[in-house]
Design a protein around this ligand. Sequence first.
Ligand code: EPZ
Length: 419
Amino acid sequence: MDKMLVNGGLTLNGDVNVSGAKNSALPLIFSTLLAEGRHDLNNVPGLNDIDSAEGLMTSLGCTIKRDKAQMTIDVPAEVETLAHYDQVRKMRASILVLGPLLARFNKAKVSLPGGCAIGARPIGMHLDALEKMGAKIHVDAGYVVATTTGLKGAIIDLPFATVGGTENIMMAASLAEGTTTINNAAREPEISDLADYLTTMGVQVSGAGTSTIKITGQKELRAGSHQVIADRIEAGTLVVAGALSGGEVRVKNCRPDHLESFLQALGQMNVQIETTETEIHVKGCKNIKPISIVTEPYPGYPTDLQAQIMTLMTQADGVSHITEKVFENRFMHVSELLRMGAEIDIENKTATIVGKRNLLAAPVMATDLRASASLILAGLVAEGETEVNRIYHLDRGYEKLEDKLSGLGANIKRVKNKS
Ligand code: EPZ
């Protein structure tokens, strides 16, 4: 398994470009199952999770060609409707093939994703909604088996603004008869990006980005082309790198308007931020102020930027707090930060971070995608050479992060493990 070696204490300066959004590209790739033909997706990031999605789509009979950030997906008239465990276990988002397969072929057999490090992450809300739309669903030997005589529009009241649940329902509703209303829908920018492509394919969608989305299904949809939005979580991660390192970093090709809560929090921490429509300029500063944040569904503070801001909080002049309200177990980076000299205490869902700690390099272990980013960030400020192990977690969601940080002046290199 590869590891990353990060030598801390260097000031970062310069420009860095953000890649396309992983959490938008994944549902977009699976949404192409809704329409036969050639789909063209642009600004697709080069990530292990995208490779996994490509593997799953190929196993269903689609033909995918990639040329850098350009992805072409040829979807045949008939596809395999079994999403095998071997494919699904690599990435939980694979459950997003359920809605499109059921909507277009009236049947689907998709392996249950299984839990993951940050929580059980059940899919009951996805299944309840599809049953309301006329699906018959049972679980058999670890697979969700769904059939329908034809999905019908329904009114879905989501108990929680689930991102994946909202996406599965939107895609299922795209070929259902009639109109589906999703109440308490997720409002993330990735939801709006998916709605834009469904609209391109011919679906009538309104309300994306608000808590109520209406989708009027069509008999048939047509393949099209789409540009994936910038990855707001990668952008936020790079902004924290700039804030920590004391230099001047310009994060480019991003959407500051997708990061309002995050940028507001950084402003409260006295981090100097300037934005244009597609750039975030961050000036590192010495007197970082402590703050308290609570993670919530969009437009609240994003849970995917919780681990990263925690690393910044270790450098603040005082005590900060983070309450994690989206996932039940998303503090695993804490024990690794403690190994580097951070002073953090967890009580129930709230972490208390004592600031002004000089972090010291240590061998640490990545446990999940965003935790691995927080450890890399800690390595940027820690004295000495930090070794971050199990870096395959990072490669799921960050495209060439070591190259992007090196380009800003960081001393970071990947050590490939021979085995
Ligand atoms: C998406 O996951 C993202 N992944 C996650 O990003 C992100 O953290 C999450 O949304 C929240 O913003 C992708 O988009 C591929 P949820 P998803 O359904 O859809 C509970 C990253 O780091 N829930 O909104 O799985 C669930 O257990 C990843 O890029 C149910 O209880 O998130 C969780 O506690 C990590 N029942 C909460 O809702 C359900 O049926 C949020 O889950 C569905 C969800």
